[in-house]
Design a protein. Structure first.
Length: 497
């Protein structure tokens, strides 16, 4: 927890710095709520969830009784001070991460559920129930520094109202309000960009990536072009992602961070790529296949034993070794033999199988195909994997594609996680996550363990516990509020049955 808070504080002080942890605003808000809840418990004398202590008593003068007993005493005053400092630091970080919307007059954050009371010099009765109209009024007036939109049929009457301010008042929570703070920028995105697009853990541009303290748009574009990718995306001021498709998470309006290597350029934003075409035009894979991403491989270097895709290989290790390989040729080869997945590797290898991902994701699928230098064919011990949507072969029977079944499991406890994931075989996030849903996903992909995290995330793997136990698996599942689905950087782990 201390490491996370320290990283967030550094993020606030140095917004263009690339950290191992890349939190979302929702994650910061959740952590603030957890800290406030703990602060309330400490002030009441509660110690965690298993015991109670008198707030402010002198350690170790006595332990108090109550319904449960604690195993050690602690100093309430010191903990209160630490919690308040952490909450203040987190609120500063959260303000940095607010989504920004661009306009000719500058930029304005949009703060949902926030009221900024005071410093009003103008009030407008709006005809439309849209906070962005209030934001536009502020952006059009040089005097305006902040604004607050009040929803209709609430505490200020039946019509929506807009309050324009000549200073920035402190924020306060109010579910009936939306506010914003205006800032100005002379920096604009490159004119020939394809736009700003959302990103997620399963990257929108999934080919290869790197970070640089002197990132520029041209540096990212050149890097992706030299590796044969169609598109380049700059993100978070110092990050670059490459791929052959983009846009699966939709458009974003938060590309507002300056490039770490050129303050006159924009390099995306928080979980947002500013995307460019590189000029490379590798042929797209067959419409009968869908790219799933880059995954690690291991096993026999001259055979299929231990391989992630262990069904068949082309051209193999015999007389045909060195034959030209392309993405389309690999897809066709695996499809004709009735397999569910095809993977190209090391520029010249093709593997087939009916499951994948047991060794986790990779980020080094950057080698050009020996049969077509405009295509990418995986990397060193890394498969670029495609899901085959149909097959023309009679061998592609339902026996090769067994129906999934619902899995159950044994609760093994709460364990810490880290950006280098504890369960690193497979990941999915869902707005309706439950313990059973995660167990079923991991079980049907052949993994031994399933871990639910942060209420809506599911991780799979064949080992766990390398970061030790945690005690904050307290978040409700997004798909069942009666269950807990881990916590902030903590997995509630199950053994899959």
């Amino acid at each position: 927890m201390k490491k996370i808070l320290f990283s967030l504080l550094i993020l606030f002080l140095f917004p263009n710095l690339s950290l191992a942890i890349n939190p979302k605003p929702q994650e910061i808000q959740q952590l603030i709520r957890a800290k406030k809840a703990e602060l309330s418990r400490v002030k009441k004398g509660e110690r965690g969830v298993n015991g109670y202590a008198i707030y402010g008593y002198k350690c170790p003068s006595k332990l108090i009784t109550g319904k449960k007993r604690i195993d050690q005493c602690f100093c309430g005053e010191a903990r209160v001070k630490v919690l308040m400092d952490e909450i203040n630091a987190l609120n500063k970080v959260l303000n940095r991460l607010k989504t920004a919307s661009s306009n000719k007059g500058g930029f304005s954050s949009i703060e949902y559920g926030i009221d900024r009371m005071g410093h009003d010099y103008k009030q407008v009765d709006l005809k439309v129930n849209d906070p962005k109209r209030c934001m536009q009024i502020c952006l059009s007036e040089p005097r305006c520094k902040a604004w607050t939109f009040v929803k209709p049929n609430t505490f200020q009457g039946p019509r929506p109202k807009c309050w324009i301010k000549d200073a920035v008042p402190p924020p306060s929570k109010n579910p009936n309000c939306v506010s914003g703070v205006k800032t100005r920028s002379t920096v604009s995105p490159r004119k020939n960009s394809l736009g700003c697009f959302k990103d997620d853990w399963a990257r929108d541009l999934g080919g290869t990536s790197f970070s640089s303290p002197d990132m520029t748009q041209e540096k990212c574009i050149s890097n992706c072009k030299n590796k044969g990718f169609r598109y380049a995306g700059v993100q978070y001021g110092s990050q670059c992602f490459c791929g052959n498709s983009y846009g699966k998470y939709g458009k974003s309006n938060s590309c507002n961070m300056k490039c770490s290597g050129n303050a006159n350029e924009i390099c995306g934003g928080f979980w947002a790529n500013l995307i460019f075409a590189t000029g490379q035009n590798p042929p797209l894979p067959s419409p009968n296949a869908r790219r799933l991403g880059c995954f690690k491989d291991q096993g026999d270097p001259f055979g299929l034993r231990g391989r992630d895709l262990n069904g068949a290989a082309f051209p193999g290790w015999g007389a045909n070794r060195g034959a030209p390989v392309t993405v389309e040729k690999c897809i066709s080869f695996c499809n004709s033999r009735g397999f569910r997945y095809a993977g190209v590797q090391y520029g010249s290898q093709c593997f087939c199988g009916n499951s994948y991902g047991k060794y986790g994701r990779a980020n080094n699928c950057n080698m050009k195909c020996n049969g077509n230098p405009n295509e990418i064919c995986g990397g060193f011990w890394a498969n670029d994997i495609y899901e085959l949507r149909s097959s023309t072969s009679p061998g592609n029977s339902s026996k090769l594609r067994p129906k999934s079944r619902i899995h159950t499991g044994k609760n093994l406890g709460c364990f810490k996680d880290n950006p280098n994931r504890d369960l690193n075989g497979y990941f999915v996030s869902a707005p309706n996550m439950t313990q059973r849903k995660c167990l079923t996903i991991c079980g049907n992909k052949g993994f031994k363990y399933a871990g639910v995290q942060y209420g809506s995330q599911c991780f799979c793997g064949n080992s766990y516990g390398k970061y030790g136990r945690a005690n904050n698996c307290i978040m409700r599942c997004s798909g069942n509020s009666r269950e807990t689905c881990g916590g902030f950087w903590s997995n509630l782990i199950f053994e899959v049955h």
